[in-house]
Every structure is written in C-alpha cells, then in structure tokens.
Design a protein. Structure first.
Length: 702
C-alpha cells in the first residue's frame, strides 16, 4: 500500500505538467507547443498522443504515429521506440498497453514502460491494468480465457479462467468454467471457494454477493457478514446498510387458511397452472409445487403456444415449455406468427424462420407483418410485397403498398396509381388514378371526387352514390344523410329493410326501438311508427330510445320519460337519465346520481358521484372516490368505503383500502384480512394468492 501511494504522488506533477502542452497542426501534420506557444515538437507526424484519440504528456513522453504505426517520443524530439505498434494506449502509472504485429497472422498485446522497455511480453490478446496487477486474456477456440500477472509478468493466476474482474481494494473476482465465482487477493490466492454467482465491487469495506438471485454481504477477508437471503442491499455514503427481503406470496383458501408460501419479486399465472417467477432481473417458470420448470435465468419470457419467446444476454430466441431451444438466441427482435417466427437482426433485417430454425425466406426484409388472412405483408427497399405461409414471395416487392387481399385478388398501389392483381401478379383491374377498395372476389369500390362507384371486377358499374357505405358478406349498406340505411344487393337491387318508414321533410331518423323511430324535424324531436305515421309530436328538445315502454325526453334542459301513449310518465326533473332496465333507471339530479322506478320514486338516494352497471346485473356505487355495491333493484349491499372492488367468484370480492388488498363477502364481511400488497384468484379458482412486500430496513454488522 505504501508503494502505491508513492506512485500516485509521483505521477501527480506529471499530469499537472501535461496541462501546459497542446497539439497544433500544419499541412495536415501534428506537432506540440508549450503554454508560451513555443514549438516543442515540430509538425511532422500523422498523430500525437495515443491511439484511443486522447492526448497527454506523461513523464516527458507521448505517443506518435508515422506510416500508420505508433511509437513513443520524448519532448527532446528523441524517439524512445520505433513506430512499430498498431495501437498505443496510456494505462496509468508507468504503463502503456501496445498492440504489435508479430507475423502476418499474429497480432498480440503487451506493455511498455515510459522508457519504452517491454514489461509484459507480447503474448496476449488483451490486457487490462488494475493498479499493480494486469488482467490478461487470450482467445482460444472462440472463447476468451483470463489470467492475472503483476506488472513484471510474474504469473499469479494462469490463463485458464472464464473471467476475472477487479473489485478494488486489491481484490479480484475470478469466474471458473462452471460460471461460479470466488474472491482472490492481489497475490493470486483464493479467499473463498467457487460458490458465488456474482459479486460487486467493494464499497465501504463490503461487496454484495449474489447466490440464487438473492443478495448477501462479504468483507475483504471473504467473511459473509449477511447471508444471501435479501432481495436488495444498499450501502449509503455514511456506510449504513439497508436491506429488503424478497416479497412473500401466500396461497390462501377463501376461509383464510394458508396452504403454501413462496419468495419471489413477482408471480404471473400461466394458463397451464404454472407461474412465471421473477427474482431480481431474471425470470423463469415454476409448477404448482414451485419446482423449477424453466430456470430463473432469462431477462424476459413471453408466453406463446407451447413455449416462450425468451431474452438471454440481450438476444431473443424461442424455447418450449420444457426449455428446449427451438430458435437460437441470435435475434434482436422475435415475434411468433402461427408456426413461424418473424426474426429481426439489426443492420440486416427481417426474415421468417420455422420451429426448427430453418430460414423460410430467400432474403431479408425491412418489415414483416402477419395478416389476418393467410400470409405476410413485407417491404424490401421501400417497396411492398406479400409472402404466403411458407415464406414464398407470391407478390414481389415492386409496389408502393399492398392495400388489401381478398381470396385470390390483391389491391395495390403502383407508381402512385391504384389497381387489382391476382396472385400471379396479372392485372385484373389496371392501374388508375382514383383509390380502389377491394370488397370481395367479384366487386370493388372506386372513390372518385364526391362519388363512390361500386363495380364488378370486369368493370361494370353496379351503383354509385355520394353517401358513406359499409359492406357485409351478402349485401351492402348506403348510409343516408337522415340517419337511415338503404340495404342493397351486390347486383344493385334495393333490398327490403325490417322497417321502411315513409317520412318527408325529416332531418334525421333514429333506429327502431319497440316499434317506434325517433325523428327530428324543424329542430324538434318526436316519434313515428313503422309506416312513418307521427305518433308523438315533435315537441321535445331531445329524446332517447323506448325501453320497457318508456322513452327519455328532454324539455327546457331537463330529462323525464313518456310512455307509448304520449303521456308524461316521469316529469323532466333530471340532468341525465339512463334506459329503464328491470323497472329501474339511473338518473342524475343536482350533480349526484341515484335510481328511480317507473313511477319516478327514488329507490337509491341521489348522493353518489357515479353509478355503474356491472356484468352480473348489480351496481357499483361511488361516493368520495370510494366504491361500494348495490343490487340491480337499488338495495345497498356494501357502503362505499373501498378504493377497489372486484367480484371474483361465489359472491366474493377482492377489496382494497389504502393500498392493501383482502377479500370480503357480498354482504361486506371480511373473509381474508386487508393486509396484502397484491391479491388475485389463481387459475383453478380455488385459492387466493396474496403478496406481501417487505420494507427496507437498516441492519448493523458486528
């Protein structure tokens, strides 16, 4: 430690002195001036400084480049070494890392001191300087292997380890071929055995160790101060240690009986009863008994049919539910598309591969997207085409865009015009200026100016209209300005509608409800029957549909109801009303919601901020941002006191208060205490799964 301190003190003035020098350039050549502007080294070099692009003068020397090779020169303009190195990088202290070509096929890395003397021989593929030690590595059969030496090339650890990391404070993490790590000191002696999955740098005298995705704490002597049972360990600037245990997941019966427990950051149920389990930044799969099905070692797992799209070391592949790799981890993006995969590689593009990783496409594409119909839309060199489900390019990438595909026909945009081709790329409808909508295998629509023309594939005009249209399998609809629809066959023949009211001078016609249609005339609303005869005069400001014999009407800004005999059933006293269902109706009065019956009698007080109908027919009532329940008839079942309420099964509800969850009955009785940070019903419907988040807490180490 004393010698390291001396080196730091000796180097400080050298760094300070380097600030007085600067590069300059003349005629494309580099030189150095001092702070007075005097030329110290004339502009004669391709570059000065170091091959990583940095510039510094260290101990009166720096690097230079001539004829594409690097050497060392001092400020007296003396060459310390020849220009014989491919790279030259200052690495701190008295050390320079150099790369040298030893033969036409061999390039190796070594170190020089500031006097140009070779300290670590040129025998390695890479060197990293860490204080008074060098981590050296070689590439053997496509894999890097690491060792440790001192700066005089005394071997401390042979080049036979999968990795070596400097942890600071004269300690190193050494990884064996089985991916386990041990702590070593600066003499190359093991401080621990190979039982650690990963280890952090030392801070405040401690390093965080990882085992089975949980964290513990170790000192420099390899003593475990905290066992690896924590989800998180933090050491603050004052040296205080704060820890958090993993979240606990509890399986509960509806009677609040604990069946089993499991520690994980997150659990996500799968359709087969298995669970996606997350610990730290890794994810895997466990079965119903928490036995590992897929080890917790992936960055992401996305369920697909019979397996997962998985992310590992930043690359995507596909695995079966039993972890057999079916698409290797070589892709940057991967999408499942039936029994094929859309696979993307950066800088190359998209291709289709099958479940055996056989490439199905003949080239790479800019984009691939699965169609609802058979096949894939693709683009190549900014042109669109179409692939079938085998990856064959049926429609070549020569079109501006593929608009739609119907049976054996494809509508396309080609050189700014629109047409239709068959799957042999023969023109069925030649390119034209106006947009084309392919309707089916026999008809298409041309939109020209303000008109739409329905044509046969042969070009015969069947119908034309300025109105909007929509198309069904056996007919199509012309949407008329008055709100009614005209039903027309693909032969252009008008088809009879269920109701064809004969109305004249009507601005708008509403859909039929209980034998009546609402109409608007001269700005007022009323009702006509199926024959168009006026049954309820146009005297209202607005209307709603008939439902259970009553229709909403609006007068002077308020809503009420009338019956089919044109009698006011409920006077207009409400700001908003819903339809009647089961003899009751939701309404709003003085800014609050309640319910009334068919006589207008309130059956649910007007004191709620909102009332929502639920799929089971019941009502969600909300007051002061709290939720409760009422029956469809307006009977209060649970007063609004919960932040969240959701019915799950057999009249039980998951409820939340102040961020915690539990289970209550439909009568509001507690079944499972509201104490869990998350709660859901498992796929079997038999158990509730509750999650308790552990809090961060400070611990002391003796």
């Amino acid at each position: 430690m004393k010698s390291l301190g001396l080196i730091v003190l000796t180097l400080f003035p050298l760094f300070a002195k380097a600030n007085g020098y600067q590069l300059f350039e003349e005629n494309g050549k580099k030189g150095i001036k001092n702070e007075q502007g005097q030329v110290i080294i004339p502009p004669s070099f391709e570059a000065l400084g170091w091959s990583d692009g940095s510039f510094s003068v260290i101990g009166n020397v720096t690097g230079y480049r001539l004829a594409h090779y690097w050497g060392i020169i001092n400020l007296k303009k003396e060459f310390v070494t020849k220009a014989e190195y491919e790279t030259l990088v200052y690495a701190g202290g008295d050390n320079i890392i150099a790369r040298k070509k030893l033969s036409p096929v061999a390039v190796k890395v070594g170190t020089l001191n500031l006097q140009g003397e070779n300290k670590i021989p040129f025998a390695y593929d890479g060197i990293q300087i860490s204080g008074l030690r060098a981590i050296v590595f070689n590439l053997v059969k496509g894999k890097f292997w690491y060792g440790l030496t001192d700066l005089q090339n005394n071997v401390l650890l042979p080049v036979s380890f999968k990795n070596i990391f400097s942890l600071g404070t004269l300690r190193f993490a050494v990884q064996n071929p089985q991916n386990k790590m041990a702590l070593y000191n600066e003499q190359g002696r093991a401080v621990t055995d190979f039982s650690i999955d990963s280890i952090s740098s030392f801070y405040k005298g401690y390093a965080i160790i990882y085992e089975n995705l949980l964290q513990g704490l170790m000192d420099r002597e390899g003593q475990v101060k905290l066992k690896p049972i924590y989800q998180s360990i933090k050491i603050n600037d004052e040296g205080k240690i704060v820890v958090r245990l993993p979240s606990e997941w509890v399986w509960l019966t509806p009677k609040n009986e604990i069946v089993k427990k499991f520690m994980a950051d997150n659990l996500q149920p799968l359709a087969n009863g298995h669970q996606l389990v997350t610990r730290g930044d890794k994810i895997g799969v466990v079965d119903q008994d928490f036995k590992i099905v897929i080890p917790i070692r992936y960055q992401k797992l996305q369920p697909i049919a019979n397996g997962f799209i998985a992310t590992k070391n930043g690359k995507l592949g596909a695995i079966t539910s039993h972890e057999k790799v079916i698409v290797p981890f070589t892709y940057d993006r991967l999408n499942a598309a039936g029994n094929l995969f859309e696979a993307f590689t950066t800088s190359i593009g998209w291709q289709l591969v099958d479940e055996n990783n056989m490439v199905m496409t003949d080239k790479y594409y800019q984009s691939i997207s699965k169609l609802r119909e058979e096949g894939f839309l693709v683009t190549h060199r900014n042109y669109a085409g179409w692939l079938d489900n085998t990856g064959k390019e049926v429609v070549h990438c020569v079109y501006d865009s593929i608009i739609s595909i119907k049976d054996n026909l494809v509508s396309v945009k080609f050189r700014g015009q629109y047409g239709i081709i068959d799957k042999n790329e023969r023109w069925v409808v030649p390119p034209q200026v106006y947009p084309i909508q392919l309707i089916n295998s026999t008809h298409y629509l041309v939109k020209q100016s303000e008109q739409s023309f329905l044509k046969t594939i042969e070009g015969q005009i069947i119908y034309f209209t300025p109105n909007k249209t929509s198309f069904e399998k056996n007919y199509w609809l012309e949407h008329l300005p008055n709100g009614s629809d005209r039903k027309i066959s693909y032969q252009g023949i008008a088809l009879p509608s269920a109701i064809q009211p004969q109305t004249e001078n009507v601005q708008y016609v509403f859909k039929e409800s209980e034998g009546f249609r609402g109409v608007q005339k001269d700005g007022k609303f009323g009702f006509v029957d199926a024959k168009g005869k006026l049954r309820i005069a146009n005297r209202y400001d607005s209307i709603g549909d008939f439902h259970e014999g009553l229709a909403a009407i609006k007068l002077i800004g308020k809503w009420g109801f009338l019956n089919a005999q044109d009698k006011i059933a409920i006077h207009p006293n409400y700001e908003w009303v819903d339809l009647f269902r089961g003899g009751v109706c939701m309404a709003k009065q003085r800014g609050k919601f309640g319910m009334i019956d068919a006589s207008g009698k309130p059956i649910l007080e007007f004191r709620y901020d909102a009332i929502n109908r639920l799929p089971n027919g019941g009502l969600e009532i909300i007051a002061n941002q709290k939720k409760g329940r009422a029956s469809a008839e307006g009977k209060i079942e649970i007063e609004p006191r919960f932040d969240y309420l959701r019915e799950v099964e057999n009249g039980r509800l998951i409820a939340s208060q102040e961020g915690l969850f539990g289970v209550i009955s439909m009568e509001g009785l507690s079944l499972i205490p509201i104490q869990y940070h998350g709660l859901h019903l498992d796929n079997s419907g038999k158990f509730f799964i509750g999650m308790i988040n552990e809090k961060m807490k400070e611990v002391s180490i003796d």
